[in-house]
Write a protein that binds this ligand. Sequence first.
Ligand code: GCO
Ligand code: MG
Length: 404
Amino acid sequence: MRITDAQVVVTSPGRNFVTLKVTTDEGLTGLGDATLNGRELAVASYLSDHVAPLLAGLDPHRIEDTWQYLYRGAYWRRGPVTMAAVAAVDVALWDIKAQAAGLPLYQLLGGACRDRIATYGHANGRDIPELLDSVRARLAEGYPAVRVQTGVPGLRAVYGVHTTDGEGVAVAHQRARPLVEDWDTEAYLRHLPAVFEAVRAEFGPGLPLLHDAHHRLTPVQAARLGKDLEPYRPFWLEDCTPAENQEALRLVRRHTTTPLAVGEVFNTVHDYRGLVTEQLIDYARSAVTHFGGVTPLRKLFDFAAQYQVKAAIHGPEDISPVGMAAALHLDLAVHNFGIQEYSGHTPLTHEVFPHAYTFSDGHLHPGETPGLGVRLDEELAAAHPYEPAYLPVNRLQDGTLHDW
Ligand code: GCO
Ligand code: MG
């Protein structure tokens, strides 16, 4: 079998997604997700200008070799644009291989290690009562675990809360320029334990509760937060410090037994090396889409397993159903599975990407369709073309730019 063509499709059924479609001379086509939120066209160009011309004529079965060819062969390694592009090729080739074998992808990864995939959903509220309502809504949808994010008194906007333009329209992801949010770390640190206290008082000790600090704290602030949350037994504290500095987590770890999760902005195993071998984290949260594909993420999870670090694949709405399906096949097949983030997609997105995976009773399953089990409705995709959109930025109250 030979690759005959590779096309990039950028579509915006509510938000932008970048999809690679690889075609073979035997009529099989494979899909890969290359969505990099807010920088989509850079990856689309990387793929169509620099990668697609190299793929024609290659044997799609040679996944590892093609991965090395694109990673080592570019000379310029790592980085989110490169690794999202490499990921799309890797996933599309796994899709083709599994279709050729007539098996769902998870079977080629060693087969199922569990019957279904436990998820966590997002509960957001401008204040505590609104957050409690949101938790109730997630529980009614069946989610077995919930991430809790809430507004901080005195701040206009807080990460995790839908921001509106005053007329009730969500604008955070649909602006020609980034929305500017505001932030005050001390106010946040004072408020969050009360949020956990209220959620525990309402829902009891058994509900797994997660929280995302979104890279906003210094190591000593993160250590204090970890300690302050200990009485409420969080499932994890996510991205407590900016992700580039692995050493920061050493200080955090020394002071708290609150479990730590990182990785959504990591691209390779090298970002994790010290964190895993020193056992500074409990969950590795990279997405298939931003980590170079199924091939390297599987290697990371097998490495992490030796240190009892668990897999918790990043699954926000900016991972397309193609990237989500790839995550689910891996989730089913790795032994050290922790939890899967799942916020779902708009109904239109589900139509653009018809898929075999299912969500019921708070659990996902990739389905039994050969390959990834996702297709692309190209006509519908074309009817919803790219729209410029950025993630928000964050400023302190004196105007200093802060991590978002
Ligand atoms: C999460 C995330 C996301 C990111 C988003 C950026 O834990 O799901 O932090 O919501 O902000 O993926 O594009
Ligand atoms: Mg996060």
